[in-house]
Design a protein around this ligand. Structure first.
Ligand code: PLP
Length: 440
């Protein structure tokens, strides 16, 4: 696939000349140059190969260039590339039907958006309209997207320069390894985090709270699988105070945790589910809100004041249908669960060997290695060491996902056992090299 007309240096130079990038000081950028991909593998314009254990922004759940999905997009392009959202279209119906069928009982309709941020934006809007209340509670350890309400619902530091939306309140969700609650075990962390949430609700005034928005497994914040009972506890608080529970499955959905939705791990049914990323692996930008019957019925005789030019875009819809069908036909969700066994065992074996690894956590193809300079103090491995780790992985042909002091091990759902073994060997080698320099 090597393109003779261009090369890494030229693509890099033109990028720096013309392209303005996300979340960056523009002058300090050094973007990775990529031309093409297949499955878990990517190539640059000079022919260098990378094993993609980032799934980009944790969205290519079916890997790159899945032939069935590429073919479906081409076929839809031949039939109808775009149509207004107010029309009815077979492919949109098929996509909505498939998504509703994967959701728990009690969900009946899908509102399609362009991505995850506007999915959360519209879920928040639905909750506010339905309850007649204003406030939205979400975790400090969260990312919900980069639009008006979604970025202010986000708990992480990206919220702070963007706080233009009102009515947002944050709380601490469970994170035993760095507990805010002096908890010694998961049961304590769970009970105290729920007590804290109850106190926040009471202190904010339950009658003014429209929604609690939570990632089913907080992803970007560090892949913190909640302790048993936490999500049930949040559901119970929502029921007690008449609050809408929104579960953000943008990153955790569509196979990432070894289930179609991560909420299946908890036996909890929210009122609204938001999705994007894995629904079509990002082949065409798409997201949406899965709406429970109570909320969708509410809008049967009331105006829903929201919409998007590309809501239910035909190319996105065709890619969703083909992605879900391919995932079913190829047993990708079950495969992700199996790879989770391999990854979990492999990463724990690395932790036995490397003192740099403070904690291993995750499920399916959704794991984090929390790296520390000192296991006793749990001091985070410094940014310089993380940069060294990233460069060393890349030099060995592995594209890692680095966030703060963590490596997120997040390959596509259809990663092979051989690719898992190859990646584990690279992490092993890289951690051994870095340990020499950075262990206290
Ligand atoms: N919600 C979660 C949990 C996410 O991880 C993300 C993106 O990383 C979003 C929402 C925002 O999605 P998008 O970038 O497609 O708007």
């Amino acid at each position: 696939t090597h393109d003779q007309k261009t090369n890494n240096a030229l693509v890099h130079q033109q990028d720096r000349e013309f392209v303005f990038h996300s979340w960056s000081v523009q002058g300090a950028l050094n973007p990775l140059v990529i031309q093409s991909g297949q499955g878990c593998v990517l190539w640059d314009y000079d022919g260098k190969e990378y094993l993609d254990f980032s799934s980009q922004l944790v969205n290519t759940n079916i890997g790159h260039q899945h032939p069935k999905v590429v073919a479906a997009i081409k076929a839809q392009a031949d039939e109808l590339t775009t149509i207004a959202p107010s029309t009815a279209n077979h492919m949109r119906n098929q996509a909505a039907q498939r998504i509703v069928a994967l959701a728990p009982a009690g969900f009946s309709k899908v509102f399609f958006t362009n991505a995850g941020a506007d999915a959360n934006e519209n879920a928040i809007r639905m909750a506010r309209l339905y309850t007649g209340r204003d406030k939205v509670l979400s975790s400090y350890r969260s990312y919900h997207g980069n639009t008006g309400a979604a970025i202010v619902a986000t708990g992480d530091a990206r919220r702070v320069p963007n706080e233009y939306a009102r009515g947002h309140v944050h709380f601490f969700s469970p994170y035993l390894y760095r507990s805010e609650f002096w908890a010694a075990d998961e049961a304590q962390e769970c009970a105290r985090a729920l007590h804290h949430l109850r106190r926040v609700i009471e202190s904010e005034g339950p009658d003014g709270i429209a929604a609690i928005l939570l990632e089913s497994v907080p992803g970007t914040a560090g892949i913190m699988v909640p302790p048993p009972g936490y999500m049930q506890g949040v559901r119970a608080l929502c029921d007690e105070f008449g609050i809408i529970m929104i579960m953000d499955e943008v990153m955790s959905g569509f196979g990432r945790t070894g289930k179609w939705f991560a909420l299946e791990h908890y036996d909890v049914v929210p009122d609204l589910i938001t999705f994007a990323k894995g629904v079509n692996s990002g082949y065409v930008p798409a997201g949406g809100v899965i709406i429970s019957t109570a909320l969708s019925d509410y809008f049967n005789d009331k105006m829903f004041p929201g919409g998007l030019t590309y809501s239910g875009h035909p190319l996105a819809m065709a890619s969703i249908v083909a992605t879900i069908d391919a995932m079913k036909e190829e047993g990708m969700v079950e495969h992700a669960a199996q790879m989770g066994e391999l990854l979990g065992a492999g990463l724990r074996a690395l932790a036995d060997k490397h003192a740099l690894i403070g904690e291993v956590r995750g499920m399916g193809v959704f794991w984090a290695l929390e790296l520390v300079a000192n296991r006793a103090s749990r001091a985070k491995l410094p940014a310089a060491a993380m940069n060294t780790i990233k460069a060393a992985c890349m030099a060995r042909g592995l594209l890692p996902f680095i966030a703060d002091n963590r490596i997120h091990v997040v390959p596509p759902c259809n990663v092979s056992a051989e690719e898992v073994a190859r990646a584990l060997a690279i992490y092993d080698d890289v951690l051994a090299k870095v340990a020499v320099e950075y262990t206290e």
